[in-house]
Structure formats: structure tokens, C-alpha cells
Ligand binder design. Structure first.
Ligand code: NAP
Length: 294
């Protein structure tokens, strides 16, 4: 069975660039397009063809991958790509979007002639670079075989949540995952701030929980970024995680839920974004505790 694909990656930010590299490593033919073209230069060195427009990138591609900021960016870029699309091209949509956005993107796919697979990913810069993302995917059986080599290259595992991408099953699971990510990252910042204020060495806390049920690699990773002042380059930026926190709150409100923790997390991320930290890692929410007046 032929498993090599011609793949167009639209959006080569933190995640898209890492995904493109893994597609190249797996032997696929990769075209890349990014709004800020400077971000595609390292990928050209790695063997990708750089396109000057989304339409040029998708012309002749068997699979199109979108890894952009939000649903508005995806809509804009797919409209620009439309003149280059051959009907029946598969579209792996990995940008994190809201539950309702998925239906609108499915309608756009129909108009443009793309076979949509909704495929948000769990995992940040490092798993993306290692090709170890968890792909949460929804799409019809008929398209799965076409996109499987692409999903295999970017992820360690694909979890299929449904046949109909417009139903939003993958987006819903992705929002649940991110509510945990955002809560844990904010908790890491608050723990550090509290420990420091109370004169508790953070290491004392980590030694206490070491290897037990309260220990968590993600907590250590996020705390490490603050303690070692490694907030840039971000793995998951403040502005992107704030966008996701708002998607989670929208979905919760729609279902009559009140998520106080998520609201507080969003407020902390908004506060540090206004402190000029929007491009730092989400772990910078630590500063929402320590620099309250900024
Ligand atoms: P990023 O580095 O900020 O990349 C965002 C990308 O979107 C860039 O290529 C940016 O282009 C592009 N973009 C934004 N607005 C655009 C517009 N109006 N038109 C065209 N392009 C536009 O963010 P990221 O971390 O890679 O995240 C990408 C997506 O993956 C987001 O939906 C995020 O929620 C999701 N995600 C992120 C992580 C993570 O840990 N980082 C994990 C899972 C999922 P420019 O370079 O020109 O600005």
C-alpha cells in the first residue's frame, strides 16, 4: 500500500513547524505556507517546499493540514486556499477550535471540496517535535486510510471519536483535555508563588510529593520554566492558552455550567498577557500572583 503523501501544511507556528518536520522525516512530500514567511525558512532547509500562498501550497496536495491560531484564521486561510484545491482532497484540521466552529468549518469544507477530518492534538511543543502527539480525530471511514500516514507521522496515537466531523466530538474531548492542562499550569504558578511567599523552598514541596500520587510531570515541567526563567520560546503561549480557556468557558456556559476555576485561569492569563507576556509560555501565569498591579 502506498503510504507516501503530498501534504500541504498551512501554518508553521510552534506546532505546525514541528508537525511539518515529522512529515518530512517520515518521507512525505511537504509543502508549507505561513503568513509570516520567515517561519518557513528552517523548514525549507529541512526539505519542505515553501509556497507563497495557501492556494499554491494545496495545489496537487493529497492532504491539507491546518495548524493555525483559531477558527477565524482557519476560515480565512482555507478561503485563500480554495482556488488551488482539487475536489476530494483530505483536510486534517488540527487547530484547536470551539465546538460550534467545527460545524462551520465542515460547511466550508463542503463548499471548497475538501474531505474534512477534525483532528485536534493533545501535547505541546516537545511531543510535537518528537512526533508523539495524541491525535483526537473525527472523520468518515472512507477518508481515514488517506490521512492515516499523516496522523501516524505527527502523533504517537490517534483516538477516533466519531465518523461525522461536523458533530464536534473531537473538539469536545480536546476542550476537556485543555481544561485540565490550563488548570494544572495555573496551579503550578500559584503553588510556586505561595511557596516563595511563605518561605518554603519549592524543592521541599517537590521532594515531599516525589513519586507519589500528587506528583505530576506536567507540574514539574511548568514549574521548571518559571524557576529556571525559560518562559521563551513558549511551548504553549499565554495568548493561545487564553484563546482556549475562552473556548472552554463558552462551551461550559452553553451547557449551564459555572467553572469558577476556568474563569480564574482565564483571568490570570489575560492579566499576564496585558503585562506584555502574551508570547511567553502559559507558565508565565505565575506572574499574575506576583505582579498584581501591572
Ligand atoms: P503559534 O505558534 O502562535 O502559531 C499560530 C499560527 O497561526 C501561526 O502560523 C500564525 O501565523 C497563524 N495565524 C494566526 N492568525 C492568522 C491569520 N489570521 N491568518 C493566517 N495565519 C494566522 O501557535 P501554536 O502553539 O502552534 O498553536 C497552533 C494551534 O494549535 C492553536 O489552535 C493551539 O490552540 C493549538 N495547540 C497548541 C498546542 C501547544 O502546546 N502549543 C498544543 C495543542 C494544540 P504567523 O506566524 O504569521 O503569526
Amino acid at each position: 500500500m502506498n503510504t507516501q503523501r503530498t501534504v500541504a501544511v498551512l501554518g508553521t507556528g510552534i506546532m505546525g513547524a514541528a508537525m511539518a518536520r515529522n512529515l518530512l522525516r517520515a518521507g512525505h512530500e511537504v509543502r508549507v505556507w505561513n503568513r509570516d514567511q520567515a517561519k518557513t525558512a528552517p523548514l525549507a532547509d529541512a526539505g519542505a517546499q515553501v509556497a507563497s500562498s495557501p492556494a499554491e501550497a494545496v495545489a496537487g496536495a493529497e492532504v491539507v493540514v491546518t495548524m493555525l491560531y483559531d477558527a477565524a484564521a482557519v476560515t480565512e486561510v482555507i478561503r485563500q486556499a480554495a482556488p488551488g484545491v482539487s475536489p476530494g482532497t483530505a483536510w486534517v484540521q488540527s487547530t484547536t477550535v470551539g465546538v460550534h466552529d467545527v460545524a462551520a468549518l465542515a460547511a466550508l469544507a463542503e463548499v471548497v471540496g475538501l474531505d474534512l477530518v477534525e483532528a485536534p492534538v493533545s501535547g505541546t511543543r516537545e511531543p510535537a517535535e518528537a512526533g508523539q502527539l495524541l491525535v483526537i480525530a473525527a472523520g468518515p471511514e472512507a477518508v481515514r486510510e488517506r490521512v492515516a500516514p499523516v496522523l501516524d507521522a505527527i502523533g504517537a496515537r490517534t483516538v477516533w471519536t466519531g465518523e461525522d466531523p461536523s458533530a464536534g466530538s473531537a473538539a469536545r474531548l480536546k476542550l476537556v483535555v485543555n481544561s485540565w492542562v490550563i488548570a494544572a499550569s495555573n496551579a503550578a504558578g500559584e503553588i510556586l508563588a505561595l511557596a516563595e511567599a511563605l518561605g518554603v523552598e519549592p524543592q521541599q514541596f517537590f521532594n515531599l510529593i516525589d513519586g507519589g500520587g500528587l506528583d505530576l510531570p506536567f507540574l514539574r515541567a511548568k514549574a521548571g520554566l518559571v524557576l529556571e526563567d525559560r518562559l521563551e520560546p513558549a511551548s504553549f503561549a499565554v495568548d493561545t492558552s487564553l484563546k482556549d480557556a475562552r473556548l472552554i468557558l463558552d462551551a461550559a456556559r452553553e451547557h449551564g455550567l459555572r467553572l469558577d476555576g476556568a474563569e480564574a485561569s482565564a483571568a490570570r492569563l489575560a492579566r499576564v498577557a496585558s503585562q506584555g507576556r502574551s508570547k511567553q509560555d502559559m507558565a508565565a501565569a505565575y506572574y499574575a500572583s506576583t505582579q498584581q498591579d501591572a
